[in-house]
Design a protein around this ligand. Structure first.
Ligand code: GLU
Ligand code: MG
Length: 454
């Protein structure tokens, strides 16, 4: 503790942000002077429980207090906020790990893996928009970002270099290995990739990325947006996860850990005829089998379902999954399998990374426990098939609305079991209210279509 305090002080940190993540995946917290680091790491700092979205905590009594206890390994100075550092917190209530804290939910699933000697690694690929508001309309921040096919646009990308470079440097200073940054498929849309890590660390990194993104875009006069689909006629923002399972930690000192998803032949040689080992296939089969319920966590807003559709875009396609299928290096499928890992293309930018990851692990472990078989791989372009052909092949569809996803979640004991009773109840209540509010809203589209029609 003394070491940590000295290390932070040496970086000029005088105040810590005790940060936790609410049900919506939004960073929350308070400032705690560095002098109180010890309290933050032992007892934690107190918050009014019922003020936190999704806590379900009562307004009075011993369970009304939510304690955010700092995880020392996450402590880092924040270059975009000189003098401040961030510590990701775990929720505690009445001295016990709080069952509905998203970080605790993920910890519970990590513990199930650890009990088997397994460690799951995720590489998260956030896509995001840089926006501005003009006369009440939301627009891409860059007016000149207007190419017909904006993917990899090298005219718009450098125009955002002030923000992108600041983001890159900030994340690097926090210890993240920034791998690449590109212009994505929509006007004003970008993607930044950083190195994979243990699933819990990756979720912490994603929250740090969002905090940096918001602060640095604001400083640059722009709005950083993780909204899944801001523009109806353009692709949305995914938050794909690359998933592999290992028998050791990323930072294993001996470097002996082995990727258990890499397939081998009976003689021990690498098997390059198939992407995944039997264990990997079972895990992936579990993730596919629970896809409809997983949608509620991975695509948790009403807006998410405007992304998860098959549709043309100005660049040809939206690249967002719609069908419950997998295929070797097939970006039109929900799971894109690669050698020794798979890319889970379901999550969008609004997903709470802790909850989406926890639910994905529960689904994968269920696949292993039930020794599920992965359905036949799809090698074709799924977006080119008609709905009739998709049905004929026995390929399932993802929910088409938040309400449908919530119904699937409510009926899936494996995923609700992973979330726990309180969080399941809170999640379904809050998200059903979101669906109802959206359904009752009379949109411009409706007025344009119906006002003078009948
Ligand atoms: N934007 C797409 C999505 O919503 C993904 C594009 C890509 O594959 O990078 O999933
Ligand atoms: Mg992308």
């Amino acid at each position: 503790m003394k070491d940590l305090k000295e290390r932070l002080a040496a970086k000029g940190v005088h105040t810590l942000i005790a940060q936790f993540t609410d049900l919506h995946g939004v960073a929350r917290g308070k400032f705690v002077p560095l002098a109180h680091l010890d309290d933050l790491l032992t007892e934690g700092v107190g918050f009014s429980g019922p003020s936190i979205a999704g806590s379900g905590l009562p307004r009075c009594g011993p369970r009304s207090e939510y304690w955010g206890r700092g995880a020392a390994s996450t402590a880092t100075a924040l270059p975009w906020l000189p003098g401040y550092g961030r510590i990701a917190c775990d929720g505690f209530v009445a001295g016990e790990p709080f069952d509905a804290c998203p970080r605790q939910v993920l910890r519970r699933q990590v513990a199930r893996l650890t009990a088997k000697g397994w460690h799951l690694r995720t590489g998260i690929e956030p896509e995001f928009f840089l926006l501005k508001q003009q006369a009440g309309r939301w627009l891409p921040a860059d007016d000149t970002d207007r190419l017909d096919k904006p993917s990899y646009d090298l005219k718009s990308l450098p125009r955002q270099r002030a923000f992108l470079q600041a983001l890159q440097q900030a994340l690097e200073a926090c210890g993240l290995d920034v791998l690449q940054i590109d212009h994505e498929d929509a006007h004003g849309q970008y993607e930044l990739n950083f190195g994979f890590d243990e699933v819990l660390a990756s979720a912490d990194h994603l929250m740090l990325f969002k905090m940096a993104g918001h602060a640095l875009a604001e400083a640059d006069g722009k709005v950083f947006s993780m909204m899944p689909k801001p523009f109806a006629n353009q692709p949305g923002s995914g938050m794909h996860m690359h998933i592999s399972l290992w028998n050791g930690l990323v930072h294993d000192r001996h470097g002996n850990s082995r990727n258990l998803f890499v397939p081998h032949r009976p003689d021990g040689a690498l098997d390059d005829s198939t992407p995944l080992s039997p264990l990997g296939r079972q895990f992936a089969a579990g993730v596919l089998a629970h896809s409809r319920a997983l949608c509620a966590l991975a695509a948790p807003t009403v807006n998410s379902y405007k992304r998860l559709t098959v549709g043309e875009s100005i660049s040809g396609t939206t690249w967002a999954p719609a069908y419950i299928a997998h295929g070797a290096n097939n970006r039109t499928a929900l799971l894109r399998t690669l050698h020794g890992r798979f890319e889970w293309r379901l999550p969008d930018a609004s997903a709470n990374p802790y909850l989406a990851s926890a639910a994905m692990i529960a689904a994968g472990l269920d696949g292993i426990e039930r020794q599920l078989e992965l359905p036949a791989a799809v090698d074709d372009d799924l977006f080119a098939l008609s709905l009739f052909e998709v049905h004929q092949r026995g390929i399932g569809l993802l929910p088409q609305s938040l309400a449908e996803a919530l119904e699937a979640l409510a009926g899936d004991a494996v995923i609700t079991g992973a979330l726990g009773e309180t969080l399941t109840h809170q999640f379904i209540a809050l998200k059903s209210a979101e669906h109802t509010a959206h359904a009752r809203h009379v949109s411009d589209w409706e007025l344009q279509r119906y006002a003078a029609m009948f």
